[in-house]
Ligand binder design. Structure first.
Ligand SMILES: [Mn+2]
Length: 243
């Protein structure tokens, strides 16, 4: 049985405009991640992603190459898209040697089935966002988007990014968080006692009672100021800040 830890990160929001976060992540990939048996990236690795043909931000390519180096050294890397990089597809996944995972997924960690998700799907109090999310992530919208020329796609992604920033300022803190009921429904449906997600940028360990079962939910931190990751081993889950 593998006794090496499994690592989780989310909400790095990497962009060439914040080189410090990029450097921290590259360092994490070479200094920490190799001691694990796998790395899971639960969405919003990139601040935005226009398409797999977008090589304009050189730092994104550096990040993909650094991930590929880890994966090619034998540490599998799994990527679940977030709301900022959900158009990241098979071509970029191939460049990074990562495996794409659907949101949500169930993974077995040291014998425990664990529900993993980006997290935005559980912000169910934000009706406007959920309607928008369904629309923008529909197969139809996606096929149409993929046909557009690069410049137009970039314009669309930039306007989505602006909308998201403005929305964050205008909406109340309660609406921006996940709904407990939505989380509990998901834990029930997945038959899991443990959940890990990001998106809200509110790192915490929450407890839930689901049908008399004690469940634990870990929320990952963002990487705006410092790096941060979750370390899961056979006996414990620990949140670690990178100094
Ligand atoms: Mn997000």
């Amino acid at each position: 049985m593998d006794t090496k830890p499994v690592y989780f990160v989310a909400d790095l929001h990497l962009t060439g405009d914040r080189p410090q976060s990029v450097d921290t992540f590259i360092r994490f990939l070479s200094a920490t991640a190799p001691s694990g048996s796998a790395l899971y990236i639960l969405g919003d690795l990139f601040e935005y992603w226009v398409g797999d043909d977008d090589r304009a931000d050189h730092s994104n390519e550096v990040v993909l190459a650094a991930i590929a180096q880890l994966a090619n050294a034998g540490i599998p890397v799994f990527f679940m898209p977030g709301n900022r990089d959900f158009v990241l597809g098979e071509r970029a996944a191939k460049r990074a040697a990562i495996t794409l995972l659907p949101d949500p997924s169930v993974v077995t960690l040291f014998g425990r089935p664990t529900l993993i998700a980006h997290g935005d799907a559980y912000c169910t109090a934000d009706f406007a966002y959920q309607t928008y999310r369904r629309r923008i992530r529909s197969r139809w919208t996606r096929s149409f988007y993929d046909l557009l020329p690069f410049g137009l796609r970039r314009t669309i992604v930039q306007s989505i990014r602006r909308r998201s920033e403005q929305g964050k300022k205008a909406k109340s803190a309660v609406i921006m968080d996940v709904e407990r009921s939505a989380i509990e429904t998901a834990l029930r449906a997945a038959h899991c006692d443990v959940m890990i997600h990001g998106h809200t940028h509110r790192p915490a360990r929450h407890e839930h009672m689901v049908d008399g079962r004690a469940c634990v939910r870990w929320v990952l931190a963002d990487w705006y100021e410092n790096g941060s990751y979750l370390r899961v081993d056979a006996s414990d889950i620990t949140s670690i800040a990178i100094q």
